[in-house]
Design a protein around this ligand. Sequence first.
Ligand code: AMP
Length: 358
Amino acid sequence: MRIGIIGAGQLGQMLGFAARDLGVHCTFVDPASNPPAAVCGDVMQSAFDDPEALTQLAADSDVITYEFENVPVEALQLIGAETPVYPPAAALQQAQDRLTEKRLFESLDIPLPGYHAVDSRDDLQAAAESLGLPMVIKTRRFGYDGKGQFVVRHTADLDAAWETLGTHPLIAEQWVEFDYEVSCIGARNVDGDIVIYPLGRNEHRDGILRTSITPLNQPQLVATASDYVERMLEHLQYVGVLALELFVVADRLLANEFAPRVHNSGHWSIEGSETSQFENHLRAILNMPLGPTTSRGHAGMINLIGEIPAATRRLDIGALHDYGKAPRPGRKLGHVTVTADLAERRDELVGIIDKTVT
Ligand code: AMP
């Protein structure tokens, strides 16, 4: 089988490694000259929306998938007529716009923070009045890792928020004083079989995921989150891996956003699960039986951002994944996953690694 993957970053690289184990060949499309996934497949160097490159990719592939969310939906629809594209373009379309994403949660009875669409300075004022402060203003499209966001704490901040982001379609969200954040990852194959991974607890710093630990021993939250993800997978007639990020507030879950792709908060599954999210994504889109998502002990993942310190490399207590990217502040360069028989030991190991990273 041959898979075409749009994007050849670290997610593409990890998909490529999983594909190799399944005996599947990958071709990537990416504008970068030597992207991370070049080590595990062919790369067509081209813009993500170049019709010629995408048509070529579709002709050379049995199925197409993508590793990042800003692929133009129209481009996927174009090639989808020839070659199956998974996850479905309609799911990507909903995820690309925070407003449609929130309406999707509402339509599926998945609770979420209060929100208000903002297209004018008057809307911003109305949002502050209806949601109360603090609230966070986000661009509806093309935001990631906390980029394109502005927290409004006082009415006096409204002008600055508008000046910073007002040229984009926006959404205002109630600020949630959450206890912590979790993500629930599920996969559905072409036949409609579904598997759900154990719930992971995430910590973000400066808007970027820093650590994920799993499994979370909170049966009621696990059942609720799994139910929400199943509703989404069924409703979207989804194929592939989907990640839903949620805020935990006491015993409630509020949906923040979903990603129609393999997700950073699921990297632990390479070492910490019977089947990694990458393998199950491939199994799903190739309509193979999905692999078990049972935990292999207690896993913790620490992102390596901006640099991979020598001290982290010297530690021999986890699996270090170096994506081979040039260091740059705020850039995800790699991650380490630790596993242990006991949650306490896992937390200790995460703490040791965390101390070596900035
Ligand atoms: P996002 O890009 O929407 O995932 O936001 C990045 C991070 O900012 C989240 O993981 C949270 O830590 C924080 N955040 C986003 N929205 C809210 C909110 N409405 N209330 C509190 N924190 C938020």
